[in-house]
Design a protein around this ligand. Structure first.
Ligand code: ARG
Length: 459
């Protein structure tokens, strides 16, 4: 069946049908398409196009189609151009001639917009929930090692000591912003487009407010041409998905490193790692590598739709059918990656003595010492120079911070006072960083408490 054809002398070629059809992927929208068509039938009744009895027949038939569509053979052999055409064909089979009225004053252009918006609302909620799972796993992991100390890095060089929970909370913040982005993407999708027609507005006096209430939309779209031309809401979702993947990818990269034999900080669970077909000793971080790899794919989806939309003349162009595969692809990949990351985080174990030793063996305490000197009155630039010299001397003589005594320090420079020697232990310097958002134990405990409350509010 076609939703058009009168103007043509011959039908489309097999090659064109195969090339242009979208049912293979837009079948995912069938639930949304049925919901939208049922609401549209009610609007047609209000507008005097359908009788109450006709409307009931259509709505009931669509209910039955929804049930059938859950079965495995529903789409088998279907040769319809797209999901909208398929639903109308099925409606004809179930409800008879009245089905010919369902498309009165409606265009597939607004229908695609509606279906995508309905689908995206649910998808944003799903990703939001999955993000909550990852955030909870991070907080649980932080709670298991509340006092663990690691060297924080800049330039992949040991920089300053931080608490392990502080490091995990950095990712918590990223995912909290991602959750906000998905909520914002949902808000932008949450506008009801029906009544726009193909591009000029419907020729029938629909009560658009009533349709929006019926479908649970928070707002109405304001311009019919914009509706046919707009995929911003899909881009918003793809952007949220891409940034989420970017954060997951950075976590994956960190943890791939931290679980190497060279680092030895993290032990990834057997359940989320795999072996080698040749090398019996291997335990590979494939789950994390796949997350990192899929980030590229999702970014490609955003890029793909951006490029598709760039330069399209108003309003609808068939190019826009290319919106769906990247959108679905991104949703599947970000959802799967969030689930996987949640499982990796929940099952990870920290060998806390390793990162502590890494912090103690290096000069991450240098800043603590320089700041202590500055607190005692040495101008910071001179304090920096002085500690730099101390580090240089240590590098020359092979001394670790713990090899220095208070007396050694004072002999090295009179600016060092006896109490500064305790800062040679990286766990001590941490305590000076109680500024809000810092890695001081009190600040981190408060941040953890706030994070737990924020998570409870989010979910
Ligand atoms: N399958 C099409 C899509 O997803 C439906 C819209 C078709 N509209 C049209 N004017 N050809 O974009």
């Amino acid at each position: 069946m076609k939703l058009w054809g009168g103007r043509f002398e011959t039908g489309p070629s097999e090659i064109f049908e195969r090339f242009s059809g979208s049912l293979e992927f837009d079948r995912r929208l069938i639930g949304a398409d049925i919901l939208g068509s049922q609401a549209f039938a009610r609007a047609l009744e209000q507008a005097g196009i359908l009788s109450a009895e006709e409307r009931a027949r259509i709505v009931d038939a669509l209910d039955r189609i929804r049930e059938e569509a859950a079965g495995p053979e529903f789409f088998e052999g279907a040769a319809d151009e797209d999901v909208h055409t398929l639903v109308i064909r099925k409606l004809k089979e179930h409800a008879g001639a009245v089905a010919d009225k369902i498309h009165t004053g409606r265009s597939r252009n607004e229908q695609v917009s509606l279906d995508l918006r309905l689908w995206l609302r649910g998808e944003c909620d799903r990703q939001h929930g999955l993000l909550g799972g990852v955030m909870r796993a991070l907080l649980d992991l932080a709670g298991r090692y509340p006092d663990a100390v690691i060297p924080g890095y800049t330039h992949t060089r040991r920089a300053q000591a931080v608490l392990w929970p502080h490091y995990l909370l950095a990712y918590f913040e990223m995912f909290a912003r991602d959750a906000e982005r998905f909520a914002e993407a949902r808000r932008r999708a949450d506008a009801m487009p029906l009544g726009s027609g193909a591009l000029a507005g419907s020729g029938f006096p629909f009560d658009r407010q009533a349709m929006a209430r019926d479908l649970g939309f928070a707002a109405l779209t304001a311009n019919s041409m914009d509706v046919s031309a707009d995929r911003d809401f899909a881009l918003d979702f793809l952007y949220a998905a891409t940034v989420t993947m970017l954060h997951l990818s950075r976590l994956a990269e960190d943890w791939i490193l931290y679980s190497t034999e060279e680092f030895g900080w993290l032990e990834l669970a057997d359940e989320v790692t795999s072996g080698s077909s040749l090398m019996p000793q291997k335990k590979n971080p494939d789950a994390l590598e796949l997350i990192r790899g899929k980030c590229g794919r999702v970014l490609g989806c955003l890029n793909s739709l951006m490029v598709t939309m760039k330069g399209l003349p108003l309003t609808y162009n068939r190019d826009m059918q290319e919106d769906k595969e990247p959108l679905f692809e991104a949703a599947v990949q970000v959802g799967g990656s969030l689930e996987m990351a949640g499982a990796v985080i929940a099952s990870a174990r920290l060998n806390a003595e390793r990162p502590l030793a890494a912090a103690q063996e290096s000069w991450v305490v240098a800043t603590d010492l320089a700041e202590a000197l500055a607190r005692a009155g040495t101008p910071f630039h001179q304090a920096h120079q002085l500690v730099g010299k101390l580090v240089l001397e240590s590098v020359r003589t092979g001394k670790k911070p713990a090899d220095w005594t208070a007396d050694d320090l004072r002999r090295f420079a009179p600016e060092f006072t006896a109490d500064m020697a305790r800062l040679l232990d990286p766990r001590e310097g941490l305590r000076t960083r109680e500024v809000a958002g810092g890695t001081g134990p009190g600040a981190v405990a408060r941040a953890l408490e706030q994070a737990r409350a924020r998570l409870a509010e989010l979910l």
